[in-house]
Design a binder for this molecule. Structure first.
Ligand SMILES: [Mg+2]
Length: 211
C-alpha cells in the first residue's frame, strides 16, 4: 500500500497483547521476579528505558532459541484487537505496531492480528541461545515517535490523521506526536498525558474514534 486515509499505531506489550513478552522470556531464564519489577518501574517512567532494557535483557542470557515457541504459545491477544484492525482496514487505514519488545516474537504475532507494519528490538543470539544483549539500536520512546512519523510520511497521512495507543511511559512521545493519543489500560502518568483514556481492556472501544 502506498497511501492511506489514516494511521493507527499501537504499542505491543500490554496493549496489542495482554502480556509483557520480556516477562515470559524471563520465565524461561527462571528470573521472572526481578525482570517483572524492572519492567514495571520502566513502564511507570521511573528509569531510563534503554538502560533498563539492557539490564533486563542481560538477565535472559542463556535462554535457548527453542524456548521462543513456548513463549509464543503463551501470548494472549487483547480482546477486541481483531475487530479494531478489521475496522481500520475497512475505513482505509493502516495499522502499525512499535514495540520496546522483540521482533523474534512479534514477527509471528503481529500479522496474525491484522497488523500491517511493525518495528521492535532484536535479541542477539550466540550458539542457539540468547547472548543477553540487544542487537542494534534500541526502540525507545523517541524511536516509537519517529516510527509513527516516518510511517505517516510514507503513507501520505497528515499528522492529525494519526492515532497512537499505548499503556506505558515509553509510549508518551508517540502519543504526543499523534493527532490523537489514547492511554489504554494505562499507568497513571500515561493517563494524565493522554488526549483520551480507554479504561476497559477492550481495543474495540477505539473503533468509534476512527476517522
Ligand atoms: Mg506496553
Amino acid at each position: 500500500m502506498t497511501s492511506a486515509r489514516f494511521l493507527v499505531v499501537l504499542d505491543a506489550d500490554s496493549t496489542l497483547i495482554r502480556n509483557e513478552v520480556i516477562e515470559l522470556l524471563a520465565d524461561e531464564a527462571g528470573r521472572r521476579a526481578e525482570v517483572q519489577a524492572a519492567t514495571e518501574a520502566a513502564m511507570r517512567g521511573e528509569v531510563d528505558f534503554a538502560t533498563s532494557l539492557r539490564s533486563r535483557v542481560a538477565a535472559l542470557a542463556g535462554v535457548p532459541i527453542t524456548a521462543f515457541a513456548r513463549v509464543r504459545s503463551r501470548i494472549e491477544p487483547t480482546p477486541g484487537v481483531q475487530e479494531l484492525t478489521a475496522a481500520v482496514h475497512e475505513r482505509g487505514g493502516v495499522v502499525g505496531v512499535v514495540s520496546g519488545g522483540f521482533h523474534e516474537i512479534l514477527d509471528a504475532v503481529a500479522p496474525a492480528l491484522g497488523v500491517d507494519r511493525w518495528r521492535a528490538n532484536r535479541l542477539e543470539m550466540a550458539d542457539g541461545a540468547l547472548s543477553g544483549r540487544v542487537d542494534g539500536e534500541i526502540v525507545d520512546a523517541a524511536a516509537k515517535a519517529a516510527s509513527l512519523q516516518l510511517w505517516a510520511a510514507e503513507l501520505g497521512v497528515p499528522p492529525h490523521a494519526t492515532i497512537a495507543i499505548g499503556d506505558g511511559a515509553n509510549d508518551l512521545q508517540m502519543m504526543a506526536a499523534a493527532g490523537l493519543g489514547i492511554a489504554f489500560n494505562a499507568k497513571p502518568a500515561v493517563r494524565a498525558a493522554a488526549s483520551l483514556v480507554v479504561g476497559p481492556v477492550d481495543l474495540a472501544q477505539v473503533i468509534p474514534l476512527l476517522p
